[in-house]
Design a protein around this ligand. Structure first.
Ligand SMILES: CSC[C@H]1O[C@H](OP(=O)(O)O)[C@H](O)[C@@H]1O
Ligand SMILES: Nc1ncnc2[nH]cnc12
Length: 288
């Protein structure tokens, strides 16, 4: 099942039928909101507003572990993240949609793993988004006439303040493409939970490096988001069916990320931690 995490400006899904909000409890704490269940094009999906309805949570206040755990408990296998980002390249103009394929993590105060304290695991983050899902989204959007840029490096900053000019220039010198505050630790946790994760980043501004746009404002971001909301909603509508019917999904490597990742020997694992990991790592922990 597909799970959509909506970022700034995306607090519901247009055209969703048979809708029901349902709160899911998680041993990792409180998710950003209840999950919205519904059908789009006849296809069941789940939606979670990342900042909560009404945008009540700052990027650093979001319980990313509870969000991913709740989606996993709801039966989600494929996560489609939709986010607002600043552009670090002249060519990525406001309004552009980038399908992110790499991250640089500059966040500092977030829980970024389900593991540790009695069950240690190390998953690969070499390719941090699902290449199968990202490719599918790019292909489907191309066929639907929605332009997306395949691939881009997302600089994940702590926020909530926007970057200084010196930071923005440094990220540009690192060849980053876009900047945002939320995809990390989301992508890391989705990988640990063996879920496929793709990220559609909607460029809303030029951050503060651009000589003609020397600062970012929320007002400017919301204006661009509003202008592009229908394009984002159309993209979501187009991808739901192909994602749900992709026959190669069950053998996708993301679904086996924990296969050789847990290093704590079975006799030394903490039973409370193992119980907490029942949804995230149940597939491998059941094997002993
Ligand atoms: C409203 S501007 C800054 C805010 O927007 C982005 O959020 P999201 O990724 O959830 O769309 C950015 O990361 C900041 O949290
Ligand atoms: N310039 C920017 N920096 C960080 N997060 C953002 N989200 C949208 N624009 C942003």
């Amino acid at each position: 099942m597909i799970g959509i995490i909506g970022g700034s400006g995306i607090y519901d899904i247009e055209g969703l039928t048979d809708i029901k909000w349902k709160a899911i409890s998680s041993p990792f704490g409180t998710p950003s909101d209840a999950l919205l269940y519904g059908k789009l094009n006849g296809q069941q999906l789940v939606f979670l507003p990342r900042h909560g309805r009404g945008h009540k949570l700052s990027p650093g206040e979001i319980n990313y572990r509870a969000n991913i755990d709740a989606l996993k408990r709801a039966g989600v296998t494929d996560i489609l993240s939709v986010s607002a980002v600043g552009s670090l390249k002249e060519s990525l103009k406001p309004g552009t949609f980038v399908i992110v394929d790499q991250y640089i993590d500059r966040t500092v105060q977030r829980e970024r793993s389900f593991f540790g304290k009695g069950c240690v695991a190390h998953v690969s983050m070499a390719y941090p988004t699902c290449r199968r899902l990202s490719h599918l989204i790019h292909e489907v959007s191309r066929q639907a006439g929605i332009e997306t840029v395949p691939g881009g490096t997302y600089l994940a900053m702590e926020g909530p303040q926007f970057s200084t000019h010196a930071e923005s220039e440094m990220y540009r010198s690192w060849n980053c493409d876009v900047i945002g505050m939320t995809n990390i630790p989301e992508a890391k946790l989705a990988r640990e939970a063996e879920m496929c994760y793709a990220s559609i980043a909607m460029v809303t501004d030029y951050d503060c490096w651009h000589p003609e746009h020397d600062q970012v404002t929320v007002q400017q971001i919301i204006r661009i988001l509003t202008e592009n909301a229908s394009k984002a909603q159309k993209l979501v509508k187009e991808v739901v069916l192909p994602v749900d019917s992709d026959s190669s999904a069950s053998s996708c490597s993301c679904r086996f990320a924990l296969e050789n990742a847990i290093i704590t020997s079975p006799e030394n694992r903490d039973p409370d931690k193992i119980r907490q990991l029942d949804a995230v790592a149940g597939r491998v922990l059941k094997k002993g």
